[in-house]
Ligand binder design. Structure first.
Ligand code: GAL
Length: 696
């Protein structure tokens, strides 16, 4: 098998005749060759000399050796486990992954090995990966303990083979195809992910407002209740940037008409009023098109041969279907001030009672079948929405329930109402390995304490969202659904309101920092939210940590759940750390675990003991004129300083280089020096900044 170099650190291999429609063949953005050149060159590990490929009646099988010490990450969004070593993974889109099988809303046939490489199979087919679950005949060699009798019964002796040290195999099984391409990426975990993301076209850059606070309103809301809620937030000085409308805004929503319902008789006026108050509006929808939809007839020829909820399943792999959707949405919504969409139900709910999705046997006019379409539809749907916003030169930050391969350039965040808080946290950590973003939504809280824990987590995530589609009043007033519906407040509602407000403000103060982390995602492919193994791979202790993560370059977050109570163990990787919330906080020596106590209104966050952290004066909402006043918090000797990016925060002008870069460093005298390059409008003012760019 021949490996063809396609870029610095990326090689392609081909077996037989690949299918026509694959993630790479349908990819629209070009690989980012230039930033790829900047990543340190690295050869593939020698063990990859032993890759073997086989093509037979079953399909294609690829095998690779795997050492017992290898750790494996990736496979897209994984809610049930992070380290995939020793596990079989089934890469298949499924909205109800109840067990740790690999299936999920956004599985990706891509993994990263700590042996120094990553592998991506370019297919929309279900793929099964055996990640060191098996040994080839003869390979256990002298490691076999053939003649040892059990001396006594113990579970460890009984299951000893589980821990055996022999070399195992990775087996990749793609059934019923004539051929497939796969790609290899070299480097450590961080470099492999960077290469994969840059191969996909780079990371997404949301508009600044997208990083503010989101609130999805009650499904039964009408125009007036939405307007009242919006006023209430402003009246209470509760920072909220985006309001999301749920199914009730459609005249028929399962399947969708994409038409305003009678509950919203003046949508344009409402949009204007909300926009004037600094809100962005996001609309819930899904792909399945109801017969009364305006473009139903037009779409008939470009849809699959099965219905879902009596609606059409558009074939977005055809230009026509994508354009029909785009043109309609553009004229009807985007040009009328709508800022984004929540693309629901595209994640193959095939275990639900009938008609929640289309069968794998569906045929589509593009030539794709249902199996392929399940893996492709989330990405194609996001892409057409992004393209439409691009045509309007307006950025979006939106939501989606399914995604897949090469999705890093898409400014969409995954979510699902299922799962507990711990899984939500894991989702944030695992999604970062495969170019995906995940929202640990606040919803259905069991108590006020539960609300606080969930709220703290969203404030340190890629998407700070409350999903209140089941309750008419904010959860900080009442978490109990029945009581919320009855308009009855919790006794301590004022306290919860105050804590939520405090955290919303904290989130807003971190916006320039988080935005700049996203710019790095866009430019260099480094995810803004990432597992500790990205930055501390050499520290073996971090290899299995899935409940802590890095939030940008300087902060380490260890969220707590209701079950944790007010204390949890936190591992701090090598280096020195400081408590983010304490002014002259204790310095923690990394490389060990600490038992951290944190009341319900405090999330454990640590900051590197030597760094510059930009903290902005919080605004309630980001508008096109927002200028952030930034206070630079210098920790220790300021470390390597920091880099901030500034642009118009909402158009695509940054793609043409219209962006300022501000380098901040502490000089020999202990003063912060900054240097701004670029000619764009100033959006950050450094408090106490004096001439010559020195901040004291
Ligand atoms: C669900 C979605 C929820 C909510 C609901 C409305 O599928 O995950 O967040 O939007 O639909 O029907």
């Amino acid at each position: 098998m021949e490996l063809k170099k396609v870029a610095n650190g990326i090689w392609k291999a081909s077996i037989g005749t690949p299918e026509a429609d694959t993630p790479v063949s349908l990819r629209q953005l070009r690989m980012q060759a230039e930033p790829l050149e900047q990543i340190k060159e690295r050869e593939l590990p020698a063990l990859l000399g032993q890759i073997a490929c086989r093509k037979n009646r079953r399909g294609v099988q690829i095998t690779l050796p795997m050492d017992s010490g290898e750790d494996i990450y990736g496979f897209g969004l994984q809610l049930h486990g992070m380290n995939q070593a020793g596990r079989k993974r089934i890469v298949r889109v499924n909205s109800d992954p109840v067990a740790n099988t690999g299936e999920g809303h956004a599985p990706v046939p891509f993994y990263i090995s700590t042996a120094g490489y990553g592998l991506f199979v370019d297919t929309f087919r279900h793929v099964e990966f055996y990640m060191g679950t098996n040994t080839k005949k003869g390979e256990s060699g002298d490691k076999r303990e053939v003649n040892q009798k059990h001396e006594e019964f113990s579970e460890s002796a009984l299951y000893a083979l589980k821990k055996s040290q022999e070399r195992r195999s990775i087996i990749i099984d793609v059934k019923a195809i004539d051929g497939v391409d796969f790609y290899l990426f070299s480097g450590n975990v961080k470099q492999v992910v960077q290469r994969y993301n840059l191969f996909a076209g780079g990371g997404c850059l949301p508009p600044m407002w997208g990083l503010g606070i989101w609130y999805r309103t009650y499904g039964g809301s009408d125009e007036n209740t939405v307007l009242r809620l919006a006023e209430q937030f402003r009246g209470e000085h509760m920072p909220v940037d985006v309001l999301g409308l749920e199914p009730g805004w459609h005249s028929h929503s399962y399947s969708c008409t994409y038409e305003w319902s009678s509950l919203f008789p003046h949508p344009e006026k409402m949009t204007e009023e909300l926009t004037d108050q600094g809100y962005k509006i996001n609309l819930w929808e899904h792909v399945f098109v109801y017969p009364a939809a305006e473009f139903y007839e037009e779409l008939l020829a470009f849809s699959g041969d099965y219905e879902v909820w009596n609606g059409l399943v558009p074939d977005f792999a055809t230009k026509e279907a994508a354009e029909i959707f785009q043109d309609y949405h553009r004229q009807k919504f985007v040009q009328k001030g709508i800022s984004g969409f929540k693309l629901d139900e595209c994640d193959n709910s095939d275990y639900n009672a009938s008609s929640w999705s289309f069968p794998d046997t569906t045929s589509f006019p593009s030539g794709m079948d249902g199996e392929q379409m399940h893996a492709a539809i989330g990405v194609l749907y996001q892409r057409l929405i992004l393209e439409m916003f691009h045509k309007e030169d307006k950025r979006t930050y939106s939501q989606v329930r399914s995604s897949g391969a090469l999705a890093s350039p898409l400014p969409f965040v995954l979510y699902s109402d299922l799962y507990g808080h711990k899984q939500f946290i894991r989702g944030m950590v695992t999604s970062g390995f495969s170019g995906l973003l995940w929202a640990p939504e606040v919803r259905d809280c069991r108590s006020g304490e539960d609300l606080l824990r969930r709220m703290e987590t969203i404030c340190f995530s890629a998407h700070a969202i409350y999903n209140c589609w089941r309750i008419p009043n904010p959860p900080w007033k009442q978490v109990d659904i029945e009581k919320n519906l009855a308009g009855e407040w919790m006794q301590e509602s004022e306290y919860y309101t105050a804590v939520c407000r405090r955290y919303h403000k904290l989130r807003m103060s971190l916006l320039p920092y988080l935005y700049s982390a996203f710019v790095k995602y866009w430019k260099d492919g480094i995810p803004p939210i990432r597992a500790l193994v990205f930055d501390y791979e050499e520290d073996e202790n971090v290899r299995n940590i899935e409940d802590e993560y890095l939030f940008g370059d300087e902060l380490l977050v260890a969220p707590m759940t209701l079950e944790d109570g007010t204390s949890r163990s936190v591992y701090l990787p090598k280096g020195k750390w400081q408590d983010f919330f304490e002014e002259a906080g204790t310095v923690y020596e990394g490389g060990q675990c600490y038992q951290i106590n944190a009341d319900y209104d405090k999330i454990p966050v640590f900051v590197k003991a030597d760094c510059i952290l930009p903290v902005a004066k919080p605004v309630e909402t980001v508008t096109e004129d927002t200028v952030f006043t930034i206070h630079l918090k210098v920790y220790g000797n300021g470390g390597e300083g920091c880099v901030l990016y500034e642009d118009d925060f909402e158009t695509f002008a940054y793609e043409k280089g219209k962006q300022n870069e501000i380098m901040l460093k502490v000089d020999g005298m202990g003063r912060v020096q900054y240097e701004r390059t670029g000619k764009e409008k100033v959006r950050y003012i450094f408090e106490n900044a004096v001439e010559y760019g020195i901040w004291q």
